[in-house]
Write a protein of this length. Structure first.
Length: 336
């Protein structure tokens, strides 16, 4: 039995909603001014990055911390990162839930997904919002756990959360943590780890051809061999040329993807095999001059007030992602 959500909301409940709505508007304004997002994290985007199949529902409700709820399954645009209501259309139901909160029957537990140490609301967004507006610290919830620890934190942006999801999937699928438990690979934008997974799968096919038996090489063996024989030599070339200084704000893994893409593209177009050192040298030639970097820094400051800069403002190497999902990558070795 729960409180009656059909009766007209009280004046006090409607007043609390409008105060919360005003705080949401002010928070969104400050976020735009600072060039950051104030949105909840979208569960569907992370689930897609993880390609989640296993879910473990817990039968009994439990008490979870409200500040660990960072996203929503379908309503992530309706509320701010602090679960303040953005839309005036939410007022009637929101206020009725506020009134029901103090009724003898109370409210039912919400439903959430748990990924790592954070939660995503499947049902009960209004209830979370009302609880946060009242200063509560905890809420009762039915929890369905997705057993992948991707390290998402409450303050992560959408891109940061997706990158962590992609990293978790890469480590889980390849098993590379068995030989490199402290994997030093990080990207600054989504899409990097799915490309690395393709690299590992290609490397596995090459190893299988050498062994003459497709069943002899596991994906984990291939991943560990790829990391040592392909990834690390390119990273070493990047460090020897100090390329990270010429591409501020990027990681070695970002540059690896560009260099490997250049090596692969050159092979497809001319059949010429480029060494990691030659690929690093070509990337060095594409680096911005100090003047261009200064201009980019100014544009970066401007972007903070326009919620990020567009792809047209980025250097070519950043937007050149070398997507190989059209079968080109696997076809490279089907004709040999």
């Amino acid at each position: 039995m729960t409180g009656d959500l059909r009766s007209a909301p009280s004046f006090a409940a409607k007043n609390l909603f409008h105060r919360a709505h005003g705080r949401a508007q002010f928070g969104d304004f400050l976020a735009r001014l600072g060039g950051r997002s104030n949105d909840l994290l979208p569960f569907d985007a992370l689930a897609s990055a993880l390609q989640v199949y296993q879910q473990i529902p817990r039968r009994m409700p439990e008490v979870i911390p409200l500040d660990k709820i960072v996203g929503s399954v379908g309503r992530y645009k309706d509320f701010t990162r602090d679960f303040l209501p953005r839309n005036l259309g939410l007022a009637p139901r929101w206020a009725r839930i506020e009134d029901a909160l103090d009724s003898p029957e109370g409210l039912p537990p919400i439903d959430v997904y748990k990924i790592g140490e954070v939660y995503f609301v499947a049902d009960g967004n209004h209830r979370v919002s009302v609880a946060r507006a009242n200063g509560f610290r905890d809420i009762e919830a039915y929890v369905t756990e997705i057993p992948v620890d991707q390290g998402i934190e409450p303050g992560d942006t959408v891109d940061e959360a997706i990158i962590k999801a992609e990293r978790a999937r890469f480590i889980t699928e390849t098993g590379i943590g068995d030989c490199y438990p402290h994997l030093d690979i990080y990207f600054t934008r989504p899409g990097g780890f799915p490309q690395l997974l393709e690299h590992v799968q290609l490397h596995r096919r090459l190893m299988q051809r050498e062994h003459g038996d497709e069943s002899t090489v596991s994906l984990t063996e291939a991943a560990c061999d790829w990391y040592e024989d392909v990834y690390l030599p390119i990273i070493e070339s990047i460090r020897e040329r100090q390329l990270l200084r010429q591409f501020p704000g990027r990681t070695a893994a970002d540059l690896y993807v560009w260099i490997w893409g250049y090596i692969f593209q050159t092979y497809l177009e001319s059949g010429e095999k480029i060494t990691p050192e030659e690929g690093a040298q070509m990337l060095e030639l594409r680096a911005e001059s100090p003047f261009q970097q200064a201009v980019a820094a100014v544009m970066g400051l401007r972007a903070e007030f326009s919620r990020g800069r567009s792809s047209e403002d980025m250097p070519d190497w950043v937007t050149q992602t070398f997507e190989w999902n059209d079968g080109t990558l696997s076809g490279m070795f089907d004709n040999g």
